[in-house]
Design a protein around this ligand. Structure first.
Ligand SMILES: Cc1ncc(COP(=O)(O)O)c(C=O)c1O
Length: 380
């Protein structure tokens, strides 16, 4: 166990502990009221009859196609596959799309989960570095070797909270075409855009690229316990059909989704989006609080403000990110994650979450301000 992990374990037991790195939906009550699901189990039991389909129940894939069509993407049920989580989808895609002697291209900074999934898939990774404004640049992409076979794009980005601009989309598209790479777009935080309505699916920007768009109930619908996620395969027809065929074979052996969970997913896809809107509203309030904090405390949390997702990666004046995180845990019972966990070491980056009820977020931020002021004056 690292010193940071030990300090976190101890701090969690203290009264007054605030997890300003929270990534979970349920601890702070981001949950659908039970009435949303009432009667569904009884209906399921009434006509229950297990007839597995490798890519997932047809009715769920129909509901998904309709959901994407409502959002401007002309999807068909045949383009979807279902898994128990996007993590499982990643793992499957990494092995199917990346030959054993090629590599996976991940963003830097990036969420450590993807490296773990790449390791489980026994595929090496390389990185395209985002610049200090978290922009995707031609220079960052040129760092990738010719071995890269699959590029992962997180949109909105986790942990930077940034959303791609049209010129970055153009740069990426040209690069993918030139190198013949496959694109995985992770849209699990797609509805969390501060102050804006939901965006169009990003796959619309890459019509000539083989794209797999990932999403699921875990984040956007705040139902990680239902274990339903999906991939939408789009792009040139031959490449698309060939991948779907290989997915069909692999998933026929695994059959990873529960039909009842899939019914829950169908229900949620057709249900009003109240919870997602409530989460987005709280995130927006917290972002406004950040704006105010920065006006009153210049120089403490630097870098572009988050635009979407649940996390943010600001730079602080305390260069040793690990010691900073430990000091905040030990002295202020406050949890933020050190930047080294996301690939940026000793430059004062932290990762914090906006997924907290606004009063608690404001309290956590105020405590972070006090901690940073003290530590910046007498660095740890
Ligand atoms: C950007 C992103 N994608 C995917 C996942 C995995 O989600 P799932 O619960 O669907 O496996 C995470 C988990 O935190 C995440 O942050």
């Amino acid at each position: 166990m690292t010193p940071y992990a030990r300090a976190l374990e101890r701090a969690r037991e203290q009264t007054g502990f605030i997890d300003l790195a929270n990534g979970q939906m349920h601890p702070y009550g981001y949950r659908h009221p039970p009435e949303v699901f009432s009667g569904l189990w009884e209906i399921y039991l009434r006509d229950r009859s297990y007839a597995p389909q490798a890519l997932g129940p047809r009715s769920t894939r129909d509901a998904l196609a309709a959901w994407y069509r409502r959002r401007g993407l002309p999807a068909q049920a045949e383009q979807f596959f279902l898994t128990s989580g996007t993590s499982e989808a990643y793992r499957l895609l990494f092995t199917l799309l990346c030959p054993i002697d090629r590599t996976l291209a991940l963003p830097l900074p990036g969420y450590p989960l993807f490296e773990e999934l790449a390791a489980l898939s026994e595929r090496p990774v390389e990185y395209y570095a985002l610049d200090h404004g978290w922009t995707l640049t031609p220079k960052g992409l040129e760092q990738l070797s010719r071995d890269a076979a699959v590029l992962v794009l997180i949109e909105p980005n986790n942990p930077t909270g940034r959303i791609l601009r049209p010129e970055e989309v153009g740069t990426l598209r040209a690069f993918l075409r030139e190198r013949g790479l496959v694109l995985i777009i992770d849209e699990v935080f797609e509805s969390f855009h501060y102050g804006h309505g939901g965006p169009s699916p990003r796959a619309l920007d890459f019509p000539d690229i083989l794209v797999i768009t990932l999403n699921g109930l875990s984040k956007r619908w705040a139902c990680p316990d239902f274990k339903v996620a999906w991939g939408l395969v789009s792009g040139p027809e031959r490449a698309r059909d060939s991948l779907l065929e290989r997915l069909d074979t692999a998933l026929d052996a695994l059959l990873p989704v529960s039909p009842f969970s899939c019914r829950l997913a169908e229900h949620l896809l057709q249900h009003p989006d109240d919870l997602s809107r409530r989460i987005a509203a709280d995130l927006t309030t917290n972002r406004d609080c950040l704006l105010q904090f920065r006006k009153l405390n210049p120089g403490l949390l630097n870098g572009p403000l988050p635009e979407g997702g649940i996390h943010w990666m600001p730079q602080t004046p305390v260069a040793d990110d690990e010691q900073l995180a430990i000091a905040l845990l030990e002295k202020w019972q406050l949890h933020v994650m050190p930047g080294y966990l996301f690939g940026l070491e000793d430059r004062g980056y932290i990762v914090m979450s906006l997924l907290l009820p606004p009063p608690l977020f404001a309290e956590g931020l105020e405590r972070l301000g006090r901690g940073l002021r003290e530590l910046a004056d007498s660095p740890v």
